[in-house]
Write a protein that binds this ligand. Sequence first.
Ligand code: NCD
Length: 351
Amino acid sequence: MKQQNHLIDLNDYSAETWGKIVSLAQLIMKTPHVYKGACTGKIMATLFYEPSTRTQMSFQSAMLRLGGGIIGFDNPETSSISKGENLMDTTKTISGYSDVIVMRHYLEGAAKAAALTADCPIINAGDGGHLHPTQTLTDLLTLTEEKGQLSNLNIGICGDLKNGRTVHSLVRALSSYSNNKFTFISTPELSMPDYIKKELDYQEKSSLEEALPELDVLYMTRIQRERFANASEYEQQKKVFELDMAKLKSAKPDMIIMHPLPRVDEIAGEVDSDPRAKYFKQANYGMYVRMALILTVLNHDIDMKPLLFGNVSLQKCENLKCITNYEESLPNRFVKSDGAGMCEYCERVQR
Ligand code: NCD
């Protein structure tokens, strides 16, 4: 396997590396003209197997602003996938046409699987309900700019914490900074998975009103309809948490409200004009952070941990949303976690 500068999980890098990417994004915001031709002659492929507005377009806009070119698809039906081609054959082939691949897939662990054989860096733009590291870089830049700090924060995270990949990556990253506390606000059915909660300083609440007064940051998320097994389960979960101006009265005057977007009904439109609402700014920061990330990955200016893999196993991953259950040639690999085996692709601890 050739070592590339993949970005699969932010935790494959040190917090110092994340800080360098955020600082570079700040520099790009201040002096965009300096970076105009920085990727001339380079090609980025965007492979989106799932819908996207902000992630896909901010990556494309980022590359165009750096002077590079873009290829890709956002409708797999128009590519050879519709003929039955598997993920790794597709990504291996496209990695020969491009200098970096940005990939979003509905299966957990898909980006890691692609990275095993790709001849160029793979950037994980979301793998099912698992991780979304480039949204987290966006969130770190937003917090740095709008809050001025990444530590000593009480961060409330509300909504679909089970299926929301943005919050999984975010919590992992913010737990690396000192003295951050987490308040998870969700229904019991949609609570934060154990693999994210372990070794965290957190409390769980079932009401926004109860949590709001203590928070420095409120991170809202939508209920991830596409991850539910059936419509009635989704119907029971939607509209449980709605932020409006009446509720916001009890929040700190300098609390900031973030949301990875798209919003459905979890934040009332009236909140948009409150100075604490930062979500549209956050979406804009995403473009600058992705410019910084593309430059970092292409300039090999990054110091990643190798993609470590445990022993090949005949055992199948229990998670039916894991890539290993669909990609026949992919070796099943597990590492030890608290005495049990944990799938290296999707991180599900096996019973
Ligand atoms: C998020 C995603 O795709 O996970 N969107 C985004 O990238 N900004 C959040 C979501 O879809 O709810």
